[in-house]
Design a protein around this ligand. Structure first.
Ligand code: PLP
Length: 463
């Protein structure tokens, strides 16, 4: 009955929001992900965002820990200097398909974060970036097979979407196993994705020795290996960092290009992303999320010049295959996104190391409060950390798990869904993992309020 009460209270408080959402959902399937059930009071229709706050269509204001899937976590919603820069350029820019100075300025700025990168291609999303990186590696090597890790999320194109976190696609339960023995990709859990051709995809286990064996077995067929140092679907960096670092080293020793997916980690686990923070060397790096500002779409692939040049959009140079490749699209690296990125990353550079120290401090505060909750009340709620900057909450008895399968079997999505709604009731907006992205978006007072809401909700749930 308390669940009905919770739903009723939120539905009443969000009457206008619910009306809009229901109308929209009838015609629009975009971007309302992460909701295992579709019934009022979720999702919410927002009409305003500023700093750490979002306001819904009924005028309710929340502390936002979702922050546009984390893309606005660096400085919060609509940081004034970024808004001003983009507004200023908006009326004077030329649109796409022109060389523009801001692109060069951005690349020079990116050089101060990631000196290891020789060339860049700008695209629109993390999905575009991993697809483009795979294309480059295939074009350069002339090979076809791509290796990825079990559970790892690299976007929604067919190869990337195979065997990804169940919550990414809103399933309340673990999907059917889509990987068989020895990394053979079976039918994807996603409808509309064909059974992967065994020549195309190899799914590596979360175990360095076993992954290395598979790399050796398929070394002549592999165009690239794709990995993320900290994973949203297996968020235990004590396992993933050595796994990815070791695999990257071994792949490169075998002459197989390694693609490091920095969509989550770029600019966040440190100024130079996971490459710098954990000392992982790769051939290509993919950036997304916070690389843009104001939530505008932008992603980038950066890395070895010879790989990037396979898709060079101007000039007639051919690849080693004797054919040119392309990842050019109409809106790739669009002008306003480049402007927002330049302004947002300039602000980050000016903040310097203090930004990372502050953010780490905030995450430490939340972790400490949860540790106390576990010790004093026996509520097994944890903030799963990806580096020092982000987490999702989960009720988990163990501190760590062996692999993605082990971990997903332990997660209770229903409890987390209820926690999300209970947080909403207490003025904290997030999506139903529930996620917590932070950075300068949140003040220390915000963090304190989030902690209290989380602890109070968890205690209420325990009853
Ligand atoms: N790679 C990683 C590590 C991600 O976490 C995501 C999305 O969350 C993607 C790629 C896909 O990015 P996008 O959603 O911009 O397509």
């Amino acid at each position: 009955s308390w669940v009905v009460e919770l739903f009723t209270e939120l539905s009443e408080r969000q009457a206008e929001s619910t009306r809009l959402v229901e109308k929209l959902r009838a015609r629009d399937v975009t971007n309302h992900a992460f909701w295992p059930f579709h019934a009022p009071p979720m999702p919410v229709s927002m009409q305003k965002a500023e700093g750490s706050r979002v306001t819904d269509a009924d005028g309710n204001t929340y502390i936002d820990t979702h922050l546009g899937f984390g893309a606005q976590a660096l400085h919060g919603h609509n940081p004034p200097s970024v808004v001003e820069f983009v507004r200023d350029r908006m009326g004077t820019g030329t649109g796409n398909g022109y060389f523009q100075a801001v692109e060069l300025e951005l690349i020079e700025l990116l050089g101060s974060f990631m000196p290891h990168i020789e060339k860049y291609a700008f695209l629109n999303s993390g999905t575009d970036a991993t697809a483009a990186a795979i294309r480059m590696a295939r074009a350069r090597t002339g090979k076809r097979m791509v290796a990825k890790f079990e559970g790892s999320l690299h976007g929604v194109h067919d190869l990337a979407a195979h065997n990804t976190a169940f919550w990414y696609h809103g399933h309340p339960t673990n999907p059917l196993p889509d990987v068989g023995p020895d990394g053979v990709a079976l039918q994807s859990a996603l409808a509309g994705v064909h059974r992967a051709d065994p020549r195309d995809l190899l799914v590596l286990p979360n175990d360095l020795e076993a992954a290395t064996k598979l790399l050796h077995r398929h070394r002549d067929d592999l165009a690239c290996v794709l990995g993320e140092a900290v994973s949203s679907s297996f968020p235990f960096e004590e396992h993933t960092v050595p796994l990815i670092k070791g695999t990257a080293q071994e792949a490169r020793r075998l002459g197989i290009p390694f693609i490091l997916d920095e969509v989550l980690t770029g600019f966040r686990v440190g100024p130079g992303g996971a490459a710098q923070a954990y000392g992982i060397e790769a051939d290509l790096y993919c950036y997304g999320k916070v690389i843009s500002g104001l939530g505008l779409p932008l992603s980038a692939v950066g890395g070895r010049a010879d790989l990037l040049e396979t898709v060079q959009s101007s000039g007639m140079a051919l690849t080693d295959l004797g054919r040119k490749s392309s990842v050019q699209t109409t809106h790739a690296g669009n002008y306003l996104s480049l402007c927002a990125s330049y302004a947002s990353l300039s602000l980050l550079r000016d903040k310097g190391d203090a930004y990372y120290t502050r953010t780490r401090g905030k995450v430490d505060v939340i972790r400490e409060r949860l540790a106390r909750l576990r010790a004093e009340e026996g509520v097994p709620l944890r903030l799963l950390g990806f580096g020092d900057f982000i987490g999702s909450f989960a009720f988990l008895e163990q501190e760590s798990y062996r692999d993605y399968r082990d971990f997903t079997a332990a997660v209770n999505p229903i409890g987390l869904f209820l926690l999300t709604l209970m947080l909403r009731r207490r003025g904290v907006y997030t999506l139903s993992l529930p996620m917590l992205f932070t950075g300068d978006a949140h003040s220390d007072e915000d963090v304190d309020a989030v902690c209290s809401a989380v602890v109070d909700s968890a205690l209420e749930l325990k009853k």
